[in-house]
Design a protein around this ligand. Structure first.
Ligand code: BV8
Ligand code: ZN
Length: 244
């Protein structure tokens, strides 16, 4: 059920999208919530009593690689059974309609690509990527992994190909993301608590370049005040209504 005032705001955003030259979309775990994937900080953000945030750290991996691999293997097996939801499909459809569009995602589940989005920038890496802790070897695989996967080239321990807290984003990813957001005339921010940097600062980049900023999220965030429009509700309901 979408409230009256929300519908009025959505009509305005819909009209803006139909005339947009370049749309940039920043997504977080909330866009995959309706696919059945637990968000990072929601009530379901726990895993066996551990906060996902504590497990996504290099020091946790160094201390207890088995536990971190158990967490990531659990997420890989869960996400492998999940499908893109109407939010992902609406974004893929929007990309076909506007002259230029990129999705800058904090998610590592690969569901935007699975829904057919072509220009996806993965800021925090991917669940399906593995990288060696010693040599430069990396691989993409959806195969089930042993408790401590080893590098096929040098035999050392592999780690999940994701960016953990305190780690730099992959080379070049940040500049490509900033370029996309600084040249967009509309920034959609979908399903993120806007707590993690540097993604949480992107709204300021968009505001400085004069883009219209729209937050689509279940609840208000620390960035809601910087948005031109705050559409609070489910991404799987709001996005299809904006794009249909
Ligand atoms: C870095 C790993 C350089 C992969 C993740 C400046 C100031 C303060 C701190 C820092 C700073 N710069 C750097 C830091 C440190 C740190 C940071 O940001 N800490 C925060 C917590 C204070 N950042 C970093 O370390 C980054 N590196 O900047 O390098 C540097 C380094 C050190 C010091 C300075 C500079 C690296 C960040 C990457 C961390 N790795 N994940 C993985 O396993 O997934 S981040 C993790 O959080 C996930 O990737 C996730 O995507 C991300 C953000 O979370 P959200 O996506 O927003 O998910 P969340 O659950 O929080 O929110 C979901 C939202 O959806 C909610 O609002 C909910 O209401 C909504 N929702 C739910 N259902 C729906 C919905 N909305 C719509 N519809 C629904 N149905
Ligand atoms: Zn290796």
């Amino acid at each position: 059920m979408i409230a009256e005032s929300l519908i009025a705001k959505m009509e305005t955003v819909k009209a803006l999208l139909s005339g947009a030259r370049h749309v940039a979309v920043l997504t977080g775990a909330g866009v995959s919530a309706e696919s059945g994937i637990p968000t990072f900080r929601g009530a379901d953000g726990m895993w066996r009593g551990e906060l996902a945030e504590d497990l996504a750290r290099p020091e946790t991996f160094a201390r207890n690689p088995e536990l971190v691999w158990e967490f990531y293997n659990w997420r890989r097996s869960l996400v492998a059974q999940c499908q893109p939801n109407p939010a992902h499909h609406a974004l893929a459809a929007l990309e076909q309609r506007v002259p230029e569009m990129e999705i800058v995602t904090q998610n590592v589940d690969g569901l935007h690509q699975q829904a057919g989005s072509e220009h996806v920038i993965e800021m925090h890496g991917s669940l399906w990527r593995l990288q060696c802790t010693r040599c430069t070897h990396f691989e993409e695989t959806r195969a089930e992994l042993p408790p401590l996967p080893e590098c096929s080239r040098c035999g050392n321990l592999l780690r999940p190909g994701v960016v953990w807290f305190g780690e730099q984003l992959p080379r070049g990813v940040l500049s490509v993301a900033l370029e996309s957001i600084a040249s967009a005339d509309i920034l959609l921010v979908v399903g993120t608590s806007s707590l993690v940097q540097p993604a949480a600062s992107f709204v300021h980049v968009a505001n400085r370049s004069g883009a219209v900023c729209v937050e689509i999220n279940l609840e208000a965030t620390p960035n809601t005040g910087f948005m031109d429009f705050a559409l609070h509700g489910k991404a799987g309901e709001i996005l299809p209504a904006l794009v249909d």
